[in-house]
Design a protein around this ligand. Structure first.
Ligand SMILES: [Mg+2]
Length: 246
């Protein structure tokens, strides 16, 4: 487990500033490495509710919100999307079961140091994910992060958002005149950041390579936070120093 606790307190020390800087972290492929367990949980949830386990895969699931992906799975398998609220609820129950069973996830390399470095500069670490809040919290905890290292009141969850664009638009509205930066691992993260006018930073610890992510509008693309932290800090400093970016 990582020794991450404490950066939340550091970030609070700087909160007297009128304008805060929110670093909005994606979870899958960004804070934690992807694995197949999430996909299995989706199928389990659908099977528990509908009695039928989907067999057809969604072509490009990366970067979808959870509700969007579940709806797509139901669609390609000819199942009724009206079950979605119940499936999302079941997904939370299964996530709780995993958490109580001691399920673990692997944190992406260098992220612990990045979280601490951002907090030491007074920037607020928060979450922006297509997951719901329950699953997001369990995933973060499963990877050894401290829940207190993230500002959950200024975190944004897209499980009910039709697309990631809706999620980022809601986050932009909620953060008002504060600075915001999105860190993510997929082109969809970048596209959704663009439509909301939020600067995007890409990390290649998920499914996409750095070369693929360079086709996005990312301020900077890094292989991982172990080698790329300094470049990210420079990019954030530049972004929040620009009057054209909030
Ligand atoms: Mg991701």
């Amino acid at each position: 487990m990582l020794a991450l606790c404490g950066s939340w307190l550091q970030s609070r020390i700087h909160k007297n500033d009128l304008v805060s800087t929110y670093i909005l972290w994606d979870i899958d492929g960004t804070l934690i490495y992807n694995n197949s367990s999430a996909g299995s949980l989706y199928l389990d949830s659908i099977e528990h509710v509908t009695g039928v386990r989907p067999t057809q895969r969604v072509a490009d699931p990366h970067g979808m919100t959870e509700g969007q992906l579940l709806a797509a799975i139901l669609h390609v398998n000819g199942q009724d999307s009206g079950h979605l609220p119940e499936i999302l609820s079941r997904l939370d129950e299964l996530s709780l079961g995993q958490h109580e069973a001691g399920h673990t996830r692997e944190p992406a390399v260098g992220t612990a140091q990045a979280i601490a470095a951002f907090a030491s500069r007074g920037w607020v670490n928060a979450i922006l994910t297509g997951n719901g809040p329950t699953r997001a919290r369990f995933k973060v905890l499963a990877a050894g992060y401290c829940a207190e290292d993230f500002d959950w009141q200024h975190s944004y969850f897209g499980h009910l958002s039709p697309t990631r664009h809706h999620l980022t638009a809601d986050a932009r509205d909620a953060l008002g005149e504060n600075h915001a930066i999105i860190i993510g691992d997929t082109p969809k993260d970048g596209e959704a950041a663009d439509t909301a006018g939020i600067p995007f930073i890409a990390v290649a610890t998920g499914t996409y390579s750095a070369d693929e992510l360079r086709k996005s509008s990312a301020l900077v693309v890094i292989d991982d936070f172990e080698s790329g932290l300094d470049a990210v800090i420079d990019a954030v400093v530049d972004a929040i120093g620009s009057s054209s970016l909030r």
